[in-house]
Design a protein around this ligand. Structure first.
Ligand code: NAP
Length: 500
């Protein structure tokens, strides 16, 4: 069903000049998706939200119809027209190769910033009740291990590439500071594992600290991700905004939703330069699908985020207030949060919210929400070029069934006269040759570090292939090669554990 407005929205969030309405792609989704979607549609319609829905499909039915991505062409076209999406949960096929349609949508539309507000709601009983938890987790959404680039290196050893870019870190950091400003928050924590992954997680910390200089009104703080998890459990009130890389964010944002009552209450927004997708954090909950038991709160709060993003703050406040009044009154809750109190089904809960439209909960002051500035898309692919680039050697990754000492002696011989010198061999990151007296339980995957006598602007391919040919002639398998780059005089690779 297409919107009556046919022209493409020139910008994400624009309303149609003729109707004054925002055209939004609505994907009801799978399992409990259609039930919570219907509840939200009814509430928004009763609140006279200026939205025209364009209903589109993705997920289970689409997979079953043979579309491997789970996202049909018509849905992509609709999103390209409307640029704003409210989406129910989509089932990911288990046991066959299909990728998640959720991740496909986020990646196709470069929805780089995942925003998850974490706020205590009235009458929701948790071990943290009364502690006024109110922060936002901002997760980078398209890079990191979720680039999904995996290779079996040997039958025994698999690898997943963790890709982090300065461009990605810059965008997500700016989004976090912009959000802090738009909500009147005073601090932003960046949560990383920069102490261990100095090049990837370290990049996030370094770029964040650089970006922070453009926001002198907001206090930047760094916290290690493991400590962040601990702090979230013992003292969550200290956080206002937490920004982090994809995998870290995936884990701590679910932890955070647990602090305030669980999945049925947790909304999210996926923000891109040109498209924004709003969705509940929960999945399709097939065990309660079709039973009128699902809590529509997460989907409704996602719609509230969407309304604010579309510049419809007054309707957003009204819908949010009606939800808060409904919870505060305590006349009925969906089963997931009832905790022995009267239970309402999905439809009846939505009816109560509709009846409460126009009321304001006592003592509730809506948080100021100025419009959220989306960082501009960089014009060039290269974002932070180095003035000087050099190569100091290569890491050659090999498969070898034998001891480190045997491999080391062989490689020293093979390297003779090649222009490379074997510096060390590591096994899963620990130096095992030359022997340092450690007790590594080696596997069939060796990183062999060969260095050049002198750093050079580049290393000729013939030089590398000479070495690789010698490996092959000696019956030593190899998987891949990494250049040891140095940018502006700084090594762009890490040392092995135990390497001098
Ligand atoms: P889930 O669907 O989130 O459900 C886990 C449990 O949480 C449910 O069994 C239910 O617990 C409770 N729950 C979740 N949402 C609820 C709501 N609105 N109201 C009341 N209770 C709710 O997670 P899952 O079982 O791991 O995943 C099921 C499917 O959803 C999978 O195919 C998965 O890939 C997909 N998924 C999609 C998304 C997305 O679209 N963004 C996100 C996560 C998962 P009770 O058993 O206590 O009722």
């Amino acid at each position: 069903m297409k919107c009556t407005q046919t022209a493409t929205n020139p910008n994400v969030g624009d309303a149609d000049a003729r109707t004054g309405k925002h055209c939004v792609t609505l994907i009801p989704g799978d399992g409990i998706g259609p039930e919570v979607t219907e509840a939200v549609r009814r509430v928004l319609s009763a609140a006279n939200a200026p939205i025209e829905w364009e209903i589109a499909e993705a997920g289970r039915n689409v997979f079953e119809a043979g579309v491997a991505s789970g996202v049909p062409r018509e849905t992509i076209d609709s999103i390209n027209r409307t640029r704003a999406v409210l989406k129910g949960p989509l089932e990911t096929p288990v046991g066959h190769g299909g990728k998640s349609a959720n991740v496909t949508l986020r990646k196709m539309f470069e929805a780089f910033g995942n925003i998850r507000p974490v706020r205590q709601l009235p009458q929701i009983r948790t071990p943290y009740s009364g502690r006024k938890i109110d922060f936002v987790v901002i997760r980078e959404n398209v890079e990191d291990l979720y680039a999904g680039i995996e290779h079996g290196q040997t039958p025994d050893v698999a690898q997943c590439l963790k890709l982090i870019s300065t461009k990605g870190c810059d965008k997500i950091s700016r989004l976090a500071f912009n959000l802090a400003r738009s909500e009147g928050r005073r601090s932003v924590h960046v949560a990383t594992k920069a102490n261990i992954m100095k090049k990837t997680e370290g990049m996030m910390k370094r770029v964040f600290e650089q970006v922070a200089r453009d926001y002198p009104d907001i206090k930047p703080k760094h916290v290690l991700i493991d400590n962040c998890a601990h702090q979230l459990v013992v003292h969550p009130e200290q956080f206002e905004v937490i920004v982090t890389t994809n995998m870290n964010g995936d884990i701590i944002s679910d932890l955070a939703s647990g602090l305030v009552g669980g999945l049925g209450l947790a909304p999210s927004a996926n923000i891109g330069h040109e498209v924004a997708i709003f969705e509940p954090v929960h999945g399709s909950a097939p065990d309660i699908a079709g039973m009128d038991r699902a809590n529509p709160t997460a989907m409704l709060l996602s719609a509230v985020l969407m309304l604010r993003f579309l510049g419809e703050g007054a309707v957003a406040d009204e819908v949010e207030a009606a939800l808060l009044v409904t919870l505060s009154d305590g006349c009925g809750f969906t089963l997931d949060v009832a905790d022995g109190r009267p239970v309402l089904g999905t439809r009846a809960f939505a009816d109560t919210i509709i009846r409460n439209l126009g009321r304001r909960p006592e003592g509730w002051v809506p948080r100021a929400h100025a419009s959220l500035a989306i960082p501009a898309q960089a014009e060039r692919v290269v974002f932070a070029p180095a003035a000087k680039q050099e190569v100091v050697g290569i890491d050659l990754f090999t498969a070898f069934d034998g001891s480190a000492a045997t491999l080391g002696r062989k490689l020293e011989q093979l390297a003779g006269g090649s222009g490379f010198r074997l510096k060390m061999i590591s096994n899963r990151g620990t130096q095992v040759y030359p022997d340092r007296g450690n007790r590594t339980d080696c596997v069939d995957h060796w990183r062999c570090r060969f260095v050049l006598d002198q750093a050079a602007p580049t290393v000729p391919f013939e030089k590398i292939s000479l070495l690789v040919n010698r490996f092959e002639a000696a019956g030593i398998g190899w998987m891949h090669i990494e250049k040891l780059n140095r940018y502006d005089g700084e090594d762009a690779f890490t040392k092995a554990q135990g390497e001098d």
